[in-house]
Ligand binder design. Sequence first.
Ligand code: CUA
Length: 156
Amino acid sequence: MHIHKYEKIWLWFGAVCLVGFLSIVGVSAYAMGNQPPSHMETLDPKTATATAPFDKPGLFKKGSKEYEAVMLAQAFTFTPQKLSVPVGSTVTFKVTSTDVVHGFQIPATNVNMMITPGYVSTITQTFTKPGKYLILCNEYCGTGHQVMAVTLEVTA
Ligand code: CUA
């Protein structure tokens, strides 16, 4: 069988591109200690509210502008319902669900997690602009899904 010269060139070009692309994706996904932001810690969803740190959900100061937000996602709200940090703060959100799968999204930021019962989802975000940020559920979780949101205030 004869393969035209240009066809061979383009076949090789395609193969090289594919290998290059997969290498870039494969390496960059795990470069600099990157890992999926969720599902590294597990806990029993039935006893989540009695298990530290979720027995005392809230916002905790960890450094001069560092906070940890321990949050519960439950149909159909988040606990705590109000959070406030000064502008420039870095907040690490640790979230779990006590019932069904919920979402955890802060529009206009990179914060977007799936909250699965039995797992702790963690993500860190620095808030450089003051304002009121909505934390909302973006996974359909039942009849009250559309009201499942709380506010994070970033004060100037
Ligand atoms: Cu929780 Cu939708």
